[in-house]
Ligand binder design. Sequence first.
Ligand SMILES: Nc1ncnc2c1ncn2[C@@H]1O[C@H](COP(=O)(O)OP(=O)(O)OP(=O)(O)O)[C@@H](O)[C@H]1O
Length: 376
Amino acid sequence: MAGSPPPPPPSLDAPSLDMDVALRQGAFDLEAAVTAGPGLTVLFGQSGSGKSTLIDLVAGLRRPDRGRIAVGGVPLVDTASGLWLPPHRRRVGYVFQEARLLPHLTVRQNLLYGRWFARRHLTVEAPTLDSVADLLGIAPLLARRPAGLSGGEKARVALGRALLAAPRILLMDEPLAALDESRKAEILPYLERLRDQVGLPILYVTHAVAEVARLATTVVMLDQGRVRAVGAPSSLWSRPDLMDLTGGAEAGSLLDAVVGERTGDGLIPLDTPAGRILVPHLPTELAPGSRTRLRIPARDVLLSDRAPQGLSALNILPGVVSDVRLEEDGSRVVRLDCVGATVLARVTGTSAAALAIAPGRPLWAIVKAVALDPAT
Ligand SMILES: Nc1ncnc2c1ncn2[C@@H]1O[C@H](COP(=O)(O)OP(=O)(O)OP(=O)(O)O)[C@@H](O)[C@H]1O
């Protein structure tokens, strides 16, 4: 489930990542050009597609056979000239799946540990311990030791430690994968704040569509060591040619939306390019006027060949079929163009035949459920 806020405004003097690399490791062959500006760029792809390898190349944990990597115009690697900066000179903040805090130090000491290594780079603009503690809501934890923290608290301290080292880019390799659903929901708003307020490029590896929906400014789709597509989540998740990567059991559409005022009957309207969708609740941080992103699982969309009657007029979106895909289990994933957006629906073969589903057919999508964060 996932809601997501606005893509951050680009900032002209903010650093950005620019890499074009090739690497062969065992039978795996990577050849990829990736750029990432301010905001959060998700590296998305199947297991073994090269996501962690790309992150490690930026961090300096692996060396490319050839290519160039620069952050904010400063080259970190350039095989043509033999340049290779070691990891500790790259000003890269790396957040791992597990927090990796030092157990004998307090939270404050853990936070300042990263800063000590970065002391040569600290300028007046570098974040202070207080500002980072406020941003991540960890001020009340400063005197505690890691053993007494929850998984979500440890994850926030690990983010804080990375930020305090004054990085010019943040790398996150499945930072939520080790957390349960409610801890994930706790961390997501902090990741959004990082994305929107810190002005750094964030390169973020995940397999979770919910995290893409909620966090991604841009998605880079990797497939067997190659960049297959780059773009906004809502456009990539509506492309039939990418369904082998975006589909599967989790097939669904991602719609940009603006939160409206709660109605008299307690529902909250979300205005999407496909029409208005009413939901019973939202994550508390999404106030009226916020931008968000809905995930509508294909299995939660019914199709009708006439405007539904006798149903409450909720969440019914008219559209036209633009694509039908046969899935391995015999079901069909139907792509419905609804004015300005695409909604996917999964139907059985029997329903597809009964509704004569084919490109060009006008149909109505009835949305049973939308997802706004991983815990709902
Ligand atoms: N040291 C290594 N030597 C040989 N092959 C390696 C090495 N490290 C990784 N690989 C291979 O490189 C490919 C890409 O690995 P990578 O870890 O980047 O994938 P990934 O997309 O991050 O996968 P996952 O989602 O499972 O973490 C895989 O086929 C992997 O087996």
